[in-house]
Design a protein around this ligand. Structure first.
Ligand SMILES: [Zn+2]
Length: 382
């Protein structure tokens, strides 16, 4: 049922959900030009993008790296691991950072199932659903989305057609959809292939919009929705199970690479990391990569990276070092791979340099805040 192209979804869903998007193959030359334009764009052009979005796009990453390595249409289920009774992580295509298939998850309660993220296409969503059905036949009541990048949301229609209600932040803006939803869907189809996208319609607009910390109770379980601020994207949320001490962190944490901030900002990222620490989680599920043996260590490493980048870029700005020169110290970006590790390091640096420029012009950073950052940074390995 969910695989039929052109099928209408529930009439009570809002415009975006019910509006069907025409899927079209994307000319390869157009994709290459798109990627090349972003990679090669001078920093001044990136700063001209509205709303401080300076160049992240899971779409572009996947376009460039031909995202599907293990074709989900050949898989019956994804690898599954039980984190606590009834709490599962569906393991992604680890080792490839943001270029790989993300992690997802689900929580089984007596009142139904809560799915955490929907993966990158209806094809992947169908495999995710089969993975859930290998454990339980209970109805999927809610789909929780950690953020609105397509690799985490384009399988959502599989679950909304079953009647699941979407819990997400209402701010869907990312650079990936800066040219509009139809273009995004078309671009992403170029990544995933028509077969994977069969039955696609946008379904990430929340039925239950969440903009601040919110507690959800279902079937005797408590699920805390945490709003960490715009760390990775404008619409970031995390899901915390206080009884089990399990956190689904979304792409605020990336185990097999570095967290990206180009659709968010580094100040919010530091706040999100502090929030994770305050929870003292037993298990954190990063958006990509393996489950870390030591959640605290992954948070610390991410914090040290962000603090180090901020300090370096702040010094560059203060010393009058131009952005291009500041970037010279980093390894070159990988051509046509905008979210490979080297490309990510570089693009995060562009973003943070711009933040530091802005901070210099509007001295919002207090001396106390700077001293606090320096103290935290002293705890990082050199
Ligand atoms: Zn992701």
């Amino acid at each position: 049922m969910d695989g039929q192209r052109g099928q209408r979804v529930h009439p009570d869903r809002n415009d975006r959900v019910s509006r069907l998007t025409r899927i079209a193959a994307v000319p390869a030359a157009g994709l290459v030009a798109l990627v090349a334009a972003l990679l090669g764009a001078p920093c001044s052009a990136q700063r001209a993008v509205p709303r401080s979005l300076t160049g992240d796009s899971a779409t572009l990453a996947a376009i460039a790296s031909r995202y599907p390595r293990d074709r989900s249409d050949t898989l019956s289920t994804f690898p599954l691991h039980e984190l606590a009774p009834g709490v599962y992580v569906v393991l992604g295509d680890t080792g490839r950072g943001v270029e790989g298939r993300p992690n997802a998850g689900f929580i089984v309660t007596s009142g139904g199932v809560v799915v955490v993220d929907a993966l990158a296409s209806p094809g992947e969503g169908r495999v995710l659903l089969r993975t859930i059905r290998s454990v339980t036949t209970r109805p999927v009541r809610y789909l929780f989305l950690t953020h609105h990048h397509p690799d985490h949301t384009f399988g959502a229609i599989v679950f909304t057609r079953l009647g699941a209600r979407v819990i997400a932040h209402p701010d869907r803006r990312t650079l990936a959809d800066i040219n509009g939803d139809d273009q995004l869907a078309s671009d992403w189809t170029g990544v995933m292939g028509l077969e994977q996208m069969r039955g696609f319609a946008f379904a990430d607009t929340p039925n239950i919009p969440v903009t601040r910390d919110t507690a959800l109770r279902l079937g005797g379980r408590r699920l805390d929705i945490i709003r960490p601020g715009p760390a990775h994207t404008a619409g970031d949320l995390m899901l915390w199970l206080p009884a089990e001490r399990v956190l689904f962190a979304g792409d605020v944490l990336v185990e097999d690479g570095v967290s990206m901030m180009v659709d968010g900002n580094s100040t919010a990222m530091l706040g999100a990391l502090a929030r994770i620490d305050s929870l003292r989680p037993r298990v954190v599920v990063p958006g990509h990569g393996r489950l870390p043996n030591d959640a605290t260590a992954l948070v610390s490493a991410t914090r040290c990276y962000v603090l180090g980048l901020r300090a370096t870029m702040r010094h560059s700005v203060t010393d009058g070092v131009r952005m291009g020169q500041a970037l010279d110290r980093l390894p070159p970006a990988d051509r046509d791979r905008p979210v490979s590790l080297h490309s990510r390091l570089r693009r995060n640096a562009v973003r943070v340099y711009a933040e530091m420029e802005h901070a210099l012009l509007s001295p919002a950073e207090s001396a106390a805040a700077l001293a606090g950052e320096a103290r935290q940074r002293a705890a990082c390995a050199p």
